[in-house]
Every structure is written in C-alpha cells, then in structure tokens.
Write a protein that binds this ligand. Structure first.
Ligand code: C2E
Ligand code: CA
Ligand code: CA
Length: 687
C-alpha cells in the first residue's frame, strides 16, 4: 500500500516556491529602490547646496558691488567739496535706504573700529558694536578682520541679526572695503532659504519614493495575482497528472502483489505467501497460547483426470476444488494451492481437535461431490494430513512437513481420509529418508536380489517364475512395498527394474547352462519408467548382451498404471512388444480398464488379482468376477494366470474354470535362486 500521497503536496510546492520567491524579490527591489533614491537624493542635495551657495554668493557680491559703485559715485561727486568724506557719509543713509531686496536683503556699512555707519535700523547708526556677540562669536570684529585682510572683497559666514524675527540666522555676506571713506560695506543673504529649498527638494524625493514603492507594490500585486492564477491552474493540472500516475502505480503494484502472492489459476494464496502468513500466525499462536492447524490436502487420482481428459479439465477441476475449499473454511482461515494438486489450509482459533476433524470431514465430503465439467462428470477424493500448532512443529517448515507426512499416511491407509500427524509418523518419515539415502548404496552394493516364485500349469508342471525383488540389508529382508514407492519418488525405479531383470536373466542363463528348464521369467515393471523412451532400448541391450530369447520374458505391468495414461501406455508397451517380449497385465480386475482399450493393448496374458482369489469359494462376487475374467481372457485369446492361490480349493477352482497357470503360497512363496533351483529345477528335470 502507498504510504505517502505525494500529489497532496504538489499545489503547495507549485504555489509556495515561486510565491515566496516573488515576495523576496519584491522586498529586494523595494530596498534597492530605496537605496538608489536615497543615494541620488544625497548627491542632489550636495549639488543643490553647492549651486545654491554659488548663487547666493553671486547675488550678495552683485548687491555689494552695486552699493560700492553708488558710494564711489557719491564720493567722486563730492570730491570737489571741502569735506567730501563727511558730505558723502551724511547723504549715505538716505541713498542706502533705497537699496533693499525683499524683507531681509539690505546693505550695512561699518568703519574699521566697530562704528555702525549705516544699518537699515537707523537707531544703530553711530553705535559702536565692536563687541557685538552672537553664538559666542564677536561678529563685528570677525567681519572687520576679514574685510581688512581682503580689501578686494571677500565672503564671511556668521550668525546675524534677523530683521523678521528675534532668533539670529546664519548668513553669508560679501564684504568690500572702500578705502577713501575708511569703511567697508556688505550685503548678506540668509541661509534659511537654502534649508527651505532643500526641505522642498527632500519632500519631492520622498513623494517620488513613495510613488515608486506604491507602484512597485501594485505591480507586485498584479504579478502576484496573475502568477497565482497561472500557478493554480498549473498545480491542479500537475496534481491531476500525479493522481493519475499514483493510481496507475497503485494498480500496477497491486497487480504485482497479486501475481507474486496468489495462484493465477485458483486465486488462492501462493506457496510463499501462505508460508509467510503462517509464520506470523505461528508467532501469535505461541504468544497467545492458542491452537491452530494446518491441513495438507492431496487430490486422489488427479493425474488420471489430467491424463485422460486433458489439462484443461484438470485446471477446471482444481478451480472447482478451490471454490469448494473456500466454502468450507472461515473468513479468518486461509488456503493455498501448494503446487500441482496439493492444497494447504490454515485453521485459526481451534478450540479442540474435534473442530479440526469436523472441518476435515466437511472438506472430504466437498471433494467427493461429483464434479461436472461440460459433458463429463467425474468423482474424485482427497487425502488430508493434519498438523496441529504448536504441538506438531516449531516452525513453518516443520509444520508443513509433518502435515505432508500425515497426508502421506492417509494415502497409504487407502485415501479419502484424514490422518493426524503423530510422533510415529515423523519416525516413519525419518526412516523413509534414511531408506532413501541407503537405496542408492543398495544398487551399488549389490543388496538388491531377485527372488523367484514358481508359476505352475494345470498338470502341476513348472511354467516359469515371477521375479520379485528383495533388499537384503544387514541380513534383514526389506519387502518391496517399503522401498518401491521411494524408488519411484527418487526416479530410481527404472534402474532397479533393469538391474533385477538383468540379474534374473543371468541366473536363467546359468540354469540353462546347467541343463535345467526354468520356463519363462515374469518380471515386474513400474509404468512410470515406461514413459521414458529409452527403457525399451536398455531392455533390448540387456537381452542382446545376454543372448536371451525374448519370448521367454514376460513383463508385468499393473492394469491400474496402464489406465492412468492409456494412450502413452499403448505406445510404450508396443515398443517392448516389438522386441519380442510378452506383456502381462498384473492385478487385473482392479484397474477399471475398458474393453476398448484392452483390445488395443499388445498383451498376451491377464493376471487375476489376488484379492479376488483370496475369498474363493466363500465370496460369491469374487467367484463370479474370477469366472468372468477367465472367460473374458479366453474370448480375447489371452492366457490367464491366477495369483495368490493359497490352497487346493482355490487351485482346483481356477483350473476347472479354464485358468492356464497359478502362482501362490499353495506351491511356494517367492524364494532365493538357490532354493528355487533345489526345489523346482532339479526335481522338474528329474521327473
Ligand atoms: P505383485 O506383482 O502383485 O507381486 C505379487 C505379490 O504377492 C508378491 O509380494 C508376492 O510375495 C505376493 N504373493 C505371492 N503369492 C501369494 C499368496 O499366496 N498370498 C499372498 N497373500 N501373497 C502372495 P511382494 O514380493 O512383497 O511384492 C509386492 C509388489 O511389489 C509386487 O506385487 C510388485 O508390484 C512389486 N514388485 C516386486 N518386485 C518388483 C520389481 O522388481 N520391480 C517392480 N517395479 N515392482 C516389484
Ligand atoms: Ca507381479
Ligand atoms: Ca499382482
């Protein structure tokens, strides 16, 4: 499952990132604008101040020069009078009163000793102001000193009388000495003009700055709005794409999960997924001191359906069984197809064993219900092995293995049943594993020995013998039913059969060389190996190598195994028949062969299964079946042999009904070659 939904963050990212960028940019631009304007203003202020000062200086200089020229003209006009100096000074105030510029522009005249010669405030005329002090500066002394130092004219800056107010104002004046009268004159301008002008300029700048900032702000707002709308559209579009992508990813993930964890045919859990779930369940069961169970189910006779009706029907059968299993178990339980026709069921929260038994019985019943596929209806059954958790295993592996062992035991006990796992079962399983390991060695170490059981004709003469394998291990005789299924599992059975056939043939040849007449040899062959194409080739090699007449060799194949896959069987048996070897159908009457197939099989002899002979003459059915098999064989021109004949009544019965040969404990059990030679060949030879 997806833990994070990335698409949720997309609008935030798409809007948030550029937006914060924009805000930062606006702040930066505003700040830079401010700095630029301020810098510009400072520079302008400097220029303005300079220009203004220059202007003021020019103005005061001009005004002083005008007054100077007037005084000079006055003086020169009076030069011929007896006292031109006094005369000039006398008329000076009236003339200079006319020289006024605005409220604060006027001419002042002083002599070099601090006496006021002219001042617009006439009260001051004649007053000595040598010690006049403003802002700690004796300004008359300062002006006089400057004027005398620069008789050609100079500027002076100082705090001066303010005609329009009490507070003195800073002023700049141009001073010029007029030597003929022993005076100097000056005109000044007040610097508060400059301040006013600068203030105005500053206001202008501030206004400009405010406008600029406001414009930047509005522009930003506009950009912001456009950007937000574009980004919103973009983000929704991208989010939609992402959502779609996430959805696809999720379904893809789910598909992958399904493919990895579920069986594609039945929809049940896969083997590995079942195992991983079981592991968790074992953990919980152990912690909560609960009880659980694993049922190992194998379908009996599934191979027959697959082989006779085809894989399509096989698959449909498995699907049907899966459906039925699902019906039986509870929601909390889970089922897996473990492979082929094997199913595993985990049962949770078991109160007691009886509950498991009930479920197992229900499963067996469900499996046994007829399966209808198209026109076909077939009947199958199941074998169930049960392992309880935690009793029957520590871990997944052990529990499944033990359930498998129990299933195996259910099969051996006749199928269509369930078995609980027991300690002895696990010991049996161990024994099986040991046997398996030893079986390889047995072949190499020559521990597999052919035994011979005589086959007798109705005149009590030896017809031949059936070759039956024995495994002599450390002096103990291990019967075939204990190791032949293992050999089949291990894929060793064909090697064992060829090995025993060759040994029997060699023994046969030895007997022949001694002048005995051992008759025919009947050797057992398990059908599985017949599927291997090279079996016939090996058989041919053995016959040729040992110079054996194939007509003296019978191969016994059980009816049941032929009918598992009649088509292949016919082909394989034909190959063997083509070597000149005779074929017998073993255990006849148990394998439900149809007459149509029987007619096609290249066989020469039927062997009545010993289960029918066993209860002769008491069981009427068996009597009837035996008679029927004999007459069937006669009708088909086949020889017939009865096995498992244990007494004279049985012997007489089968012979009297037309049986050709008998074999059984009545004459002899399977015996070693040496004993067989003693009892049947020597005697036979002699008679
Ligand atoms: P089968 O081919 O049906 O062999 C006959 C079995 O019946 C033999 O069991 C034999 O000992 C037993 N028997 C013979 N007479 C009587 C009797 O009067 N009463 C009773 N109750 N039993 C009798 P055995 O030797 O234990 O063999 C069991 C099965 O193992 C054989 O059944 C055959 O299917 C298989 N087998 C034996 N040897 C070989 C072999 O070399 N290769 C293969 N593939 N299978 C073998
Ligand atoms: Ca046999
Ligand atoms: Ca048999």
């Amino acid at each position: 499952m997806m833990k994070r939904i990335y698409s949720k963050h997309i609008p935030k990212l798409i809007i948030g990132l550029p937006l914060s960028g924009l805000v930062v940019t606006v702040i930066l631009i505003s700040f830079i604008t401010y700095l630029t304007i301020k810098n510009n203003f400072d520079k302008q202020k400097e220029i303005i101040t300079e220009e203004f000062m220059e202007n003021l200086k020019q103005i005061t200089k001009q005004r002083t020069n005008i007054a100077y020229n007037i005084i000079d003209a006055l003086y020169k006009n009076n030069i011929n009078s007896p006292d031109p100096k006094t005369k000039t000074l006398k008329i000076l105030p009236d003339i200079l009163d006319k020289l006024k510029w605005g409220e604060k522009g006027y001419i002042f005249v002083m002599d070099f000793k601090g006496n006021t010669i002219y001042h617009p405030n006439h009260k001051l005329i004649g007053v000595n102001r040598w010690n006049l002090q403003r802002n700690n500066v004796k300004i008359v002394q300062l002006l006089t000193k400057k004027a005398l130092e620069h008789p050609e004219g100079t500027y002076a800056k100082y705090w001066a009388y303010n005609p329009s107010g009490k507070q003195p104002l800073e002023k700049i004046s141009y001073l010029k000495v007029y030597k003929p009268l022993g005076i100097y004159l000056g005109n000044g301008v007040y610097l508060d003009y400059l301040d006013k002008k600068l203030l105005k300029k500053q206001e202008e700048h501030q206004k400009l700055y405010k406008t600029l900032i406001r414009n930047i702000f509005y522009l930003s707002l506009l950009i912001l709005a456009v950007m937000i709308s574009v980004l919103l559209i973009l983000s929704f579009w991208v989010r939609k794409l992402f959502l779609q992508y996430e959805k696809e990813l999720k379904t893809e993930k789910e598909k992958l999960f399904k493919r990895a964890n579920y069986d594609s045919l039945t929809g049940l859990l896969s083997k590995s997924y079942f195992e991983s779930l079981l592991q968790k369940e074992i953990f919980y069961i152990k912690r909560k001191k609960d009880l659980g169970a694993v049922l190992f189910i194998d379908i009996d006779g599934f191979k027959e359906i697959n082989d006779s009706l085809g894989h399509k029907y096989g698959d449909e059968t498995l699907k049907e069984i899966a459906k039925r299993l699902k019906r039986v178990v509870r929601e909390t339980d889970f089922i897996s197809r473990f492979g082929g026709d094997e199913f595993l069921v985990f049962l949770k929260d078991i109160d007691q064993e009886s509950m498991v038994i009930e479920i197992a019985q229900r499963i067996l019943k469900e499996i046994k219900e007829p399966i209808k596929l198209g026109e076909h209806t077939h009947h199958i059954s199941g074998s169930i092995g049960i392992a309880l958790i935690p009793r029957d295993g520590e871990n997944v592996e052990e529990i499944i293995k033990n359930a498998d062992n129990a299933m195996y035991s259910a099969k051996r006990k006749g199928k269509d049943r369930f078995e609980f796992f027991t300690k002895t079962l696990s010991e049996l399983a161990k024994k099986r594993i040991n046997l398996k390991n030893d079986l390889y060695e047995a072949l190499k170490q020559d521990e597999l020995i052919p035994f011979f059981q005589p086959q007798i004709d109705k005149n009590d003469n030896l017809y031949g013998s059936e070759v039956l394998v024995r495994w002599i291990k450390n002096g103990r005789k291990i019967p075939p039913f204990e190791f032949i299924p293992l050999a089949i599992e291990m894929g060793l059975i064909d090697k064992i059969d060829l090995f025993i056939i060759e040994k029997a043939i060699k023994q046969y040849n030895a007997w022949k060389n001694m002048g005995y007449k051992p008759g025919v040899l009947s050797c057992n062959v398990t059908m599985y190996q017949l599927e291997k194409t090279d079996f016939a080739t090996h058989l041919k090699e053995i016959i040729e190598k040992n110079n054996f007449n194939p007509d003296n060799l019978n191969i016994e194949v059980t009816e049941e195994s032929i009918m598992k896959d009649p088509q292949t069987s016919i082909a394989m048996l034909e190959k063997i028949r083509n070597l000149g070897i005779n074929i017998n159908i073993d255990d006849f009457g148990t394998g439900y062969s149809s007459l149509s197939y029987l007619k096609k099989l290249p066989v020469s002899k039927l062997k009545i299964d010993r289960s029918f002979i066993k209860d002769i003459p008491d069981d009427k059915d068996d009597v009837m079946i035996t008679k029927t098999i004999i007459s069937l064989a006669k009708n088909m021109n086949l020889k017939v042999i009865a096995e498992g004949v244990e007494n004279k009544i049985q012997r007489d019965f089968v012979f009297s009904h037309g049986c050709d040969y008998v074999q059984g404990y009545y004459y002899s059990p399977p015996i070693e070659a040496r004993e067989f030679e003693e009892k049947y060949l020597k005697e036979n030879n002699g008679s």
